[in-house]
Design a protein around this ligand. Sequence first.
Ligand code: FEO
Length: 169
Amino acid sequence: MISKKMTKALNKQLNHEFFSAYLYLSMSAHCSKNDYNGSAKWFLLQYEEEHQHATRIYNYLIEQGASITLEALEKPSKKFGTLLEIFKLSLEHEQLMTRSLNELSDMALKEKDHATYNLLQWFVNEQVEEEASVGEIIAKLKMVKSDGYGILMIDNELGQRSLPENGDA
Ligand code: FEO
């Protein structure tokens, strides 16, 4: 059983994860519209990954017999700039998520709620990977600057991404 305070905080994180999915779907649509098809696929997979994150929290709350409260989702922007700007925005968003998950972990420790802490550690580790992979893409995009061929190569490479088969995303 988890506390009311933790239930509320996890429901809020559930909303954040769904918003993340929504934001990445919007980014994917923007990339498609601008013929960055590899990046469009990358963000579509990111959308699916965030959906899995939301489901992971949802399932945990259900297992704990806690209440689910689904709040309205914030409307994501549909105006994005260059690929570099989109990925920078994506990194900023992930950094926000990391802060939120760290705060939740602090709360779980304070409440001596080890089950929730364990759940959150999976997310904290996932954030390290997410930030690193987006950081790497940003570094590459900075390297090629506005060179069209370079951007095309990176976009193609991003299109090679696939989700792990075990769904452990
Ligand atoms: Fe669910 Fe991208 O963190």
